[in-house]
Ligand binder design. Structure first.
Ligand code: GLN
Ligand code: ZN
Length: 760
């Protein structure tokens, strides 16, 4: 019985690649030094899998930035603006595409399916001259081979590559990207030929777009592509790998009928219908790569349960054709539990990071082959039972409260009447100005937080330092004459971590990093138990800030959906249940803030859109519980308490009704890229009556917008919106900017609002 790993994290157990990349980019180390770090990481990963007993070990899943960009390099599809002169693509061109250079901006980046990984979007058109310009796949295969490891080279499949591309600048939006198949397949053939010559006996094509809602002409592209590749692939075993969901029935038919393909990989964790599909018919004689070990989460596998699934599959495909695998690449989980010496041992026994998942896959394969490691299985069963029965996981009171499905939770008064009641209390001018929450985080501020955490300064000293910072921020906002103030969030490192650390049911890792894009990683908290709020979390700082000013001070909270979507979530209850629990905890906080005299409370839902499921048919269900969770947080406040929410994206068109259904009093949203897209949101907003604050300038750039420019933007919005609902604010929080940028930018923003007030 064989074992397989779809892909492995590249960053290294201590983010070695991140530091090597950043040092190289800063000119502090050479290309050779970077290559050396990368080669060491690759070899240790291959050896680790080989030592664990994995039979099908992937290669070419390493990347200096991104596997889709690697494919763009392989195909020589470099956009003209990077002035590439042909030949093998080197670091210069590669990193220019990824990050831009002094004269040319980077290529666009977007989310990889429904993960938090971002890939570089290929820009293609009829004029692209494809050529075989990066031999990385072959070089890596050979490199592993020279280390004594025969690997399965992995390529982004040709159809998925095109489906994830966008038409280049200047090319019609309707350009049929799939028409480029004929041009890229010859290059895939060259790569395949070289891999064969180098001795490869297997090849893996990642074609995860097969799990999405595809149209029949898109499915036909798969049929066509693999028929075209069939003769080049002869003599190889060919695995087409899918992940992140089940493959819809029509796509399953297409997939399993592909010419030249001898193996199929399926996600059996997220693909809830995959088992039925397989039972319904897999062509005989083909390999089944069964992804039973979750690549998207950090939980130890329930080995006994997986074994039962695998045995039933064995009955269908035969034991020589079943391969135990991961549900997707392990890129989306943390790297190695070994580096978590401080993590509570009980919680640790419930977890498996990438390195541990490799061992699980192998243990399952051996058990199927009749060589069950009894000690390993029984330790796993003990851990599973301890997780199920631990009082730290289950909090009966919270569970009861979280059984909220079916109820509605809506504030009794409609938004227009609420806004009237609030205006009587707040007495704001038209076009009220505000900011999104954070103010610049200086090195000094980070030092104070770090030293407090390390117990190097006392609580008293810490509180004093933070209060001083808040007072500075409050004074600045008063000087700038902003209408609704914020405290600046100086006590927060991260908008999710800050709350997670104070809620029960959360655990934190020291090195549980997951690549987000390029060298950037995030360290999601782990939600392991029922969530509750033992003590108020923000009331102390918010009331301190309010005491420093007569102007309204916004309380600042992270919403339940965002906390959920930016964490590793429990897999022993539905996501919505965990979300409802977080919502109830935030509700307690909202009500305590109100009691403490805070009249405006912002509940950020920066990541609401991110949680949208891959398939359209599942959107409604997600949006329903996500929006419901948000409403739970503030259903208990008085009409006179103004609830704001903030979202970090501007493409709302498809979810506008859900946004309105959140029933917030004021919605502030990102709007840096395109005013047009927001028009429909504006119109709906007018109908709804809530306050709307589309960002009037982009905080992601150090550029300082002029008063005229901001006034012009506001005027454009006023052409569509009623004056009395428009708010004036930046795009997002200011935490990554410098005061030298923030001060003049906000000055101009307030000046623009004042200018327009006189004209209205
Ligand atoms: N209140 C947060 C801040 O200003 C919001 C951050 C975000 O939307 N990503 O930093
Ligand atoms: Zn934001």
């Amino acid at each position: 019985m064989a074992s397989h790993i779809v892909g492995y994290p590249r960053m290294g157990p201590k983010r070695e690649l991140k530091f090597a990349l950043e040092s190289f980019w800063d000119g502090k180390s050479s290309a050779e030094e970077l290559q050396k770090v990368a080669a060491d990481l690759r070899s240790s990963i291959w050896k680790q899998m080989a030592d664990a007993g994995i039979k099908y070990i992937p290669s070419n899943t390493f990347s200096f930035y991104d596997q889709v960009l690697d494919t763009t390099a392989m195909l020589g599809a470099v956009p003209a603006r990077y002035n590439w002169n042909g030949g093998e693509i080197g670091f210069d061109t590669y990193f220019s595409m990824a990050r831009g250079n002094a004269s040319v901006p980077a290529m666009e980046m977007t989310k990889w399916f429904d993960t938090n990984y971002h890939f570089i979007v290929p820009e293609l058109g009829p004029d692209v001259k494809f050529s075989y310009a990066s031999h990385k796949a072959v070089t890596e295969y050979k490199e592993a081979k020279s280390l004594g490891v025969d690997t399965v080279p992995v390529l982004v499949g040709p159809v998925t590559y095109l489906l994830l591309s966008k038409p280049a600048k200047g090319v019609e939006k309707t350009f049929p990207l799939l028409s480029l198949l004929d041009k890229i397949l010859p290059i895939y053939k060259e790569v395949i030929a070289e891999l064969k010559a180098a001795g490869a006996s297997w090849i893996q094509f990642d074609e995860a777009t097969l799990v999405m809602d595809l149209e029949s002409y898109q499915l036909e592209a798969f049929t066509k592509a693999y028929a075209e590749l069939e003769s080049s692939l002869s003599g190889l075993n060919v695995l087409v790998e899918t992940y992140f969901s089940d493959v819809p029935a029509d796509a399953f038919k297409t997939l399993t009928a592909l010419k030249g393909v001898t193996a199929f990989g399926f996600d059996l964790v997220r693909g809830t219908k995959t088992l039925d599909l397989i039972k319904g018919g897999l062509p005989s004689g083909k390999y089944l790569f069964a992804g039973v070990v979750d690549g998207r989460n950090i939980w130890a596998n329930d080995l006994d349960a997986s074994l039962i699934t695998l045995k039933s599959l064995e009955g269908i495909v035969g034991n020589d054709k079943l391969v135990v695998s991961t549900s997707c690449s392990l890129l989306h989980t943390a790297v190695d539990l070994v580096n978590e010496p401080k993590l509570d041992t009980e919680i640790k026994s419930w977890l498996a990071f990438a390195a541990q998942k490799v061992v699980e896959v192998n243990a399952l394969a051996k058990a199927l082959a009749g060589q069950k490691d009894e000690a390993f299985f029984s330790a796993n069963a003990v851990a599973q039972a301890s997780r199920k029965n631990s009082p730290r996981v289950t909090n009966k009171a919270v569970q009861k409260a979280a059984a909220l499905k079916g109820s509605d939770h809506r504030r009794a008064t409609n938004v227009t009447a609420r806004l009237d009641a609030q205006q009587k209390k707040l007495n704001l001018p038209i076009l009220p100005t505000t900011t999104i929450g954070s103010f610049p985080q200086t090195i000094e501020l980070r030092r104070v937080r770090r030293e407090y955490k390390a117990k190097k300064i006392s609580e008293e000293e810490y509180v004093k330092a933070i209060k001083e910072e808040i007072s500075k921020v409050v004074k600045l906002q008063e000087e700038l004459d902003i209408d609704v103030l914020v405290h600046g969030e100086p006590e927060r490192n991260d908008m999710v971590e800050y709350f997670g650390e104070q809620l029960s049911g959360f655990a934190f890792t020291a090195n549980g990093w997951v690549q987000s894009y390029g060298s950037r990683c995030v360290k999601p908290p782990i939600i392991y138990g029922d969530v509750s709020r033992p003590n108020p979390m923000t009331v102390f700082w918010s009331t301190a800030a309010q005491s420093m000013t007569k102007r309204p001070m916004k309380g600042m909270l992270t919403g339940p959906v965002t906390i959920l979507n930016w964490s590793f979530v429990r897999n022993d209850q539905p996501r919505f249940e965990t979300c409802y629990q977080i919502a109830l905890a935030i509700k307690d906080e909202v009500e305590d803030l109100e009691k403490a005299g805070i009249n405006v409370i912002q509940i950020d839902e920066a990541a609401l859109r991110e949680g949208l499921p891959l398939r359209k048919a599942e959107h409604a269900f997600y949006l329903d519980w996500a929006v419901h969770s948000f409403r739970i947080t503030n259903v208990g406040v008085q009409d006179t308490t103004q609830i704001h929410t903030h979202m970090c994206y501007s493409n709302f068109n498809d979810i506008i009704h859900s946004i309105i259904d959140m029933d917030a009093d004021v919605i502030t949203i990102e709007n840096s890229r395109s005013d047009e897209k927001l028009l429909s949101v504006f119109r709906e907003g007018v109908k709804y009556g809530a306050g709307i604050g589309p960002g009037v300038y982009d905080i992601h750039s150090p550029r300082i917008p002029s008063t005229e420019e901001i006034a012009d933007r506001i005027n454009k919005m006023l052409a569509v919106l009623e004056t009395n609902i428009l708010w004036v604010n930046p795009d997002c929080g200011l935490k990554t900017r410098k005061y030298a940028e923030v001060k003049p930018a906000l000055q101009n923003m307030v000046a623009a609002a004042k200018l327009l007030r006189t004209e209205l």
